[in-house]
Write a protein that binds this ligand. Structure first.
Ligand SMILES: [Fe+2]
Ligand SMILES: [Fe+2]
Length: 318
C-alpha cells in the first residue's frame, strides 16, 4: 500500500490503495435507478482525476468536499482519460499516517506577501477617499483573506486563492491601464481589490480554504450586494465622498456584466468595463491552465463548466 501517490504516474490497469482528497462529489442516480458516486479526487501534488463508485447507497451522502479518504481502485481509461473505478472508500481518521494538510493546495505565494503587495498599491493612491475606504475594508477582512479561496469549485478554489486572484488582477490592471491614460488607476485598483472581498461573507470556508457551503446571507444576497452594503457602511463610518462611494458601488454592481450572473446593470464607466474583463481574463487563464494540466499533449481536457462546457486542447508545440 502506498500512502501517497501521484495521479500522473498511474497506468491503466493498475490496482491501487491510497489516500486521496475529495475535490468534488455528487451522489447521482444512473438510468437503472442505481446510485453512484461521481467524484473528482486529488493527490498531494495537486493532480486530479475523475472517480466513480458504482452501487453506492444513501449513507455515502456523508462524504463531503475536502474529506481525505482511503480508496481502493482500478485505473481505467474513459474518453482517453484516466478514470478511477472505486471498489471501496472510507474516511481517514487520526490513526492514519497522512494528514489533510498535506493534500491542501495553496496559492503559490504566501498570504503575507500578497497582502503586502495589495497594501503597496493602496499606499500609492492619489485619491485620499479611495485610499482610506479601500485600506479600511481590506483590514476588516484581513484574517479571513489569509485562507479564503476565490470560489467553491470554479476558479482559484485553493487556500488564499482570493488574495491570489486579486494580486494577479492588480498586475494585469497595472499594465493594461498604462495603455489608456484616461483611466483613473486609483478607482480601477480599488475596484479590483474590493470586487470579490465579500466572498469571505458569502461562503463558509475552513482554515484550509475548503468551502463547505454558502452562508445564508451569501445564498440570499450574494457577494455583489453584500459588498455594496459593506461599502455603504464603511463610507458612512469614514465620511467618504458621495461620488467616490457611488463609483465604487457601481464597479462592484457591474463586475459580473450580465444580469443572469448577478449584475443588474452594465458598466457605465471605463474603469468598470476594464474591471469586468480583467476579472474574466484572470478566471479564464487560471482555469485553462488547470484543465490543461490534466490533458496529454495532442489531447483534449475534460469539459469544464467554468469554461462554458469547452474541452480545451493541449497543443503539441516544440
Ligand atoms: Fe465576483
Ligand atoms: Fe473575481
Amino acid at each position: 500500500m502506498s500512502q501517497k501517490i501521484n495521479i500522473k504516474d498511474m497506468n491503466y490497469g493498475d490496482c491501487i490503495k491510497t489516500f486521496l482528497m475529495i475535490k468534488n462529489i455528487d451522489l447521482k442516480k444512473a438510468k437503472n435507478d442505481a446510485m453512484y458516486l461521481d467524484m473528482i479526487l486529488g493527490d498531494s501534488n495537486g493532480s486530479e482525476a475523475n472517480a466513480k463508485l458504482w452501487n453506492a447507497d444513501s449513507s455515502m451522502a456523508a462524504y463531503k468536499n475536502g474529506d481525505l479518504v482511503f480508496v481502493d481502485f482500478l485505473v481505467q481509461k474513459f474518453n482517453n482519460k484516466v478514470q478511477l473505478r472505486l471498489n471501496t472508500i472510507r474516511k481517514s481518521n487520526e490513526n492514519d499516517p497522512v494528514k489533510i494538510e498535506e493534500f491542501v493546495e495553496a496559492a503559490p505565494d504566501s498570504s503575507e506577501s500578497m497582502f503586502d503587495l495589495i497594501q503597496k498599491y493602496i499606499e500609492g493612491f492619489v485619491n485620499e477617499d479611495l485610499k482610506l475606504i479601500t485600506s479600511h475594508l481590506i483590514e476588516l477582512k484581513k484574517e479571513k483573506l489569509e485562507y479564503y479561496p476565490a470560489a467553491k469549485t470554479h476558479h482559484h478554489a485553493v487556500k488564499a486563492g482570493l488574495l491570489y486572484h486579486v494580486v494577479t488582477m492588480l498586475k494585469l490592471g497595472d499594465s493594461i491601464s498604462r495603455h489608456y491614460e484616461f483611466i483613473n488607476r486609483d478607482l480601477l485598483f480599488s475596484g479590483i481589490i474590493l470586487h470579490d472581498l465579500s466572498k469571505v461573507d458569502e461562503m463558509d470556508s475552513n482554515e484550509l480554504g475548503i468551502v463547505e457551503d454558502y452562508t445564508k446571507e451569501g445564498k440570499l444576497l450574494g457577494h455583489i450586494i453584500q459588498g455594496i452594503n459593506e461599502i455603504d457602511r464603511a463610507a458612512a463610518y469614514l465620511g467618504t465622498n458621495e461620488e467616490v462611494k457611488l463609483l465604487l458601488q457601481h464597479m462592484l454592481l457591474t463586475h459580473h456584466y450580465h444580469a443572469e450572473y448577478g449584475s443588474p446593470k452594465k458598466p457605465l464607466i471605463p474603469e468598470a468595463e476594464l474591471l469586468h474583463y480583467i476579472d474574466l481574463i484572470d478566471a479564464r487563464m487560471y482555469t485553462m491552465n488547470r484543465v490543461l494540466d490534466t490533458a496529454e499533449e495532442g489531447g483534449f481536457a475534460d469539459r469544464s463548466m467554468t469554461l462554458e462546457g469547452r474541452n480545451m486542447y493541449k497543443a503539441q508545440l516544440s
